[in-house]
Design a protein. Structure first.
Ligand code: SAM
Length: 477
């Protein structure tokens, strides 16, 4: 069923600058169509062999999204948001078009560098994290992924999504992205700038998406996008790769912005993205970008461009890193790190990786590889992964660490759908196996969280803010 569109007079006046007259009606008709459901499986938790099995369990039919190996359009009665596998980080509900920017970054990167992944990645405007979790799924725990979001109110959703999907190699920051270039010049190998935008492409999801569309509002956004792109390019190392994307369709936020940027920056090299998916002519842009018009290709509107910084671009001066005396974490010495990893092995039978461990008020943290170089230059909201707390001879694991290290945890209990739902609703579970200590509960191999076994019960250790009150569907096979 199509929804009534609410278009502003300003947008209707602008349309002739975007599309030939004979396309207007087809575009408006396509905008009025309901959005197609799509999901992206999370490689950190779910292998490709399981995609079909999970879908079949819910009666979903999957149709592959051509630019994302783990992405599918999905049909079926049951809502994917209610599936236990979703809560357990098995997949992310994401528009097909929104998977395109990271897919571009991935393909270009591998063309240039073979199978290795970038060591330092920035997602400059990250919340709620659909693309950060996609980046995390690609990086598979390697390197440092900086997820920045300016709106403090959106950080919680970003963090919760990263936690749910088991992305542990992240540093969360809460800055205006425009300051990052000066703080960390020439620092990142790869950057995604999924810019704040007018969102015209999301009209199928939100019929009022451009009810208040106006050219002055667009010009204001363009000013922000320019500042962010300047900063992102500055933060990119020579030879590094930058993907710019928006879910808007006007040329001011997209083609014109990139044209002007390239005209002003001799060291910016624009990529022709058309050869990445030569068969998808409907989304090819004459200037080599990718642009999804919903009436030409049945998906949400989107724009993606990619730039490299010339390998011989002049290096920029960098200020000396200075860790604030108020930074509340202290690094563990080599000996303390060893002791801490030994505690995890003894008390949790968990072999923690070598790395950069820190402590804060009795809690242990693992910072991503490049954190030390970043810490003195940028304030962080969450500088790494909380591993847990030391209680006597026990390292009591944190929920996030249990999800990230789930494949390494030996003390695991497979629960059925009913038990999983009870656990996710915050309840304890009966246990007559005489177990003791912390155990990871898993549903269909996917980690749900920790429970502490004692006296015939598995006591729920799910963080209170993750307890779900909603109905969750499962499939017991
Ligand atoms: C298009 S949304 C990002 C969506 C996200 N990349 C995803 O895929 O889930 C743009 C984000 O930019 C944030 N933002 C707005 N101004 C910003 C700024 N100056 N610096 C960094 N982020 C900003 C917004 O709060 C919003 O969360």
């Amino acid at each position: 069923m199509s929804a009534p569109l609410s278009l502003s007079a300003g947008f209707i006046d602008y349309l002739p600058q975007l599309l030939a007259t004979n396309e207007h009606q087809a575009f408006l008709d396509a905008c009025a169509q309901p959005p197609k459901k799509s999901i992206r499986f999370n490689r950190l938790t779910t292998s490709a062999e399981r995609h079909g099995e999970i879908a079949a369990g819910h009666g979903w039919q999957l149709q592959p999204i051509p630019w994302c190996d783990d992405g599918y359009w999905l049909t079926g009665e049951e809502s994917p948001g209610n599936a236990l596998e979703h809560v357990a980080g098995g997949f992310y509900i994401q528009e097909a078009s929104s998977m395109l920017p990271v897919a571009v970054l991935q393909r270009l990167w591998h063309q240039q560098h073979g199978p290795s992944t970038p060591a330092r990645v920035l997602d400059m405007a990250a919340a709620p994290g659909s693309k950060t979790t996609q980046l995390g799924s690609w990086l598979a725990g390697n390197g440092t992924l900086v997820a920045n979001e300016f709106a403090a109110s959106r950080l919680k959703a970003l963090y919760t999504n990263l936690s749910r999907c088991g992305v542990g190699n992240t540093i969360l920051t809460n800055h205006d992205g425009a300051i990052i270039g000066n703080a960390l010049p020439d620092w990142f190998d790869a950057i995604l700038l999924d810019a704040p935008c007018s969102g015209e492409g999301t009209i199928r999801k939100d019929a009022k998406a451009f009810a208040n569309w106006s050219l002055p509002a667009i010009h204001e956004l363009v000013a922000t996008q320019r500042r962010l792109l300047e900063s992102a390019f500055k933060a990119l190392r020579p030879g590094g790769l930058l993907v710019y994307s928006t879910c808007s369709l006007n040329t001011l936020e997209n083609e014109q912005l990139i044209d002007r940027f390239c005209a002003d920056h001799g060291d910016a090299e624009r990529h022709d993205l058309r050869p990445l998916w030569p068969q998808l002519a409907a989304i090819h842009h004459p200037q080599g970008h990718l642009k999804i018009w919903p009436h030409r290709f049945d998906a949400e509107g989107f724009f993606v461009a990619a730039l490299s910084k010339a390998a011989d671009a002049a290096q920029q001066p960098r200020t000396e890193a200075r860790l604030s005396p108020r930074f509340p974490y202290q690094p563990l010495s080599a000996k303390e790190q060893l002791q801490c990893r030994q505690l995890a092995a003894d008390s949790q039978q968990l072999s923690l990786p070598e790395g950069d461990y820190w402590q804060r008020d009795g809690t242990i943290w693992l910072f991503p590889e490049a954190a030390r170089d970043l810490l003195g230059r940028l304030l962080t909201n969450r500088p790494g992964l909380k591993i847990g707390e030391i209680h006597g001879r026990e390292l009591r694991l944190d929920h996030d660490a249990a999800i990230v290290f789930a494949p390494l945890l030996q003390r695991r209990i497979a629960v059925n759908g009913e038990q999983a739902r009870a656990f996710l609703a915050g309840q304890d579970i009966e246990d007559d196996a005489g177990r003791k200590g912390d155990w990871l509960l898993c549903y269909q191999g996917l980690p749900l969280g920790l429970a502490r076994a004692a006296q015939g019960r598995l006591r729920n250790r799910l963080p209170r803010d993750r307890v779900r009150q909603t109905t969750i569907a499962d499939h017991d096979s």
